[in-house]
Design a protein around this ligand. Structure first.
Ligand SMILES: [Zn+2]
Length: 297
């Protein structure tokens, strides 16, 4: 089976690459359900997808990305509009799974897809509700540690059996602790300086999760790189999404809260974590290695 896989992968490099995109789009379709139902504490498995009018959506009208365009964003039963966010999340998941596949060896790429799925769910739930559910942050942290112990290549560790598993697990736990600790202290200091909570407990746990998968360098980059990228790219996008109403549910009680005070940090941290995991890690790690060497060398 492994031989067949290696053979196909070597002779038809586009095969698994294409498959990773399609698999990502299908996963994105499921993530749409998770993003909508998990905050409402509803099952993500049962019942199947229904339209806002209550009618079930047939499978042939539920094909990731394509259906939305074929139906021109409207339900066939009642004409209800479907948000463009549904195909956008399917497209995004497909693209990110594809990048994970081409950037990493197969085992790390597949674990990466799980990491990406958790990041996407947390990001959009945070955008909608300003919370990151514990099952993604704490659950993801535990998952990151367990997967690091089982597959040391996730932390870039190679060596003797058992020793490599221990080292990889230690790196993952260190990443979670440094990531969560850093954001915790930034939150505490931010509250002293700005006299109001800047980052929440959810962000602390969320960076712990990123650190468990990416190590401490990834967690630190997610925090600072994410904040930088966020202020340059994400803030204008958030503003646009407010204007065009891309949210699943429009919340009308926003007039009392200024825009800037309500920025969810989760999406910025997620973008930082993604950029690190999908190729920027080599530059960031080299930077930190230089930095540490300049202290002790
Ligand atoms: Zn309908």
């Amino acid at each position: 089976m492994i031989e067949t896989f290696t053979y196909i992968n070597a002779d038809f490099p586009w095969f698994f690459a294409t498959f990773s995109f399609i698999f990502g789009a299908i996963t994105g379709s499921f993530l749409n359900v998770c993003i909508y139902r998990i905050p409402a504490e509803r099952s993500v498995v049962f019942p199947g997808s229904t339209c806002a009018c209550g009618k079930p959506i047939a499978w042939y009208n539920n094909i990731p990305i394509l259906s939305w365009f074929i139906l021109r964003g409207r339900a066939p039963c009642c004409g209800e509009r479907f948000s463009v966010r549904y195909p956008a999340i399917e497209m995004l998941t497909g693209l990110l799974f594809y990048v994970s596949w081409i950037m990493h060896p197969p085992v790390v790429a597949i674990i990466g897809c799980l990491f990406i799925a958790f990041l996407i769910c947390s990001t959009f739930i945070d955008l909608d509700h300003m919370i990151i559910p514990d099952r993604f942050s704490i659950g993801g942290m535990v998952l990151g540690v367990v997967l690091s112990i089982l597959f040391p290549s996730l932390q870039g560790v190679e060596g003797m059996p058992i020793m490599e598993n221990v080292e990889s697990g230690v790196r993952s736990i260190t990443g979670a602790l440094i990531g969560a600790g850093l954001v915790y202290w930034i939150a505490v200091l931010g509250e002293i300086v700005f006299r109001k909570p800047a980052m929440g407990e959810g962000d602390v746990k969320f960076v712990g999760f990123i650190g468990a998968f990416c190590g401490w360098q990834g967690a630190v980059f997610a925090m600072f790189g994410g904040a930088f990228i966020g202020s340059v790219v994400l803030l204008p996008l958030l503003l646009l999404s407010r204007i065009f109403g891309w949210k699943q549910e429009a919340s009308e009680s926003e007039d009392t809260v200024a825009f800037g005070s309500q920025v969810p940090f989760g999406p910025m941290l997620a973008v930082g974590g993604l950029i690190y995991f999908l190729g920027f890690d080599r530059y960031v790690d080299a930077y930190f290695a230089d930095f540490v060497a300049s202290f002790f060398g």
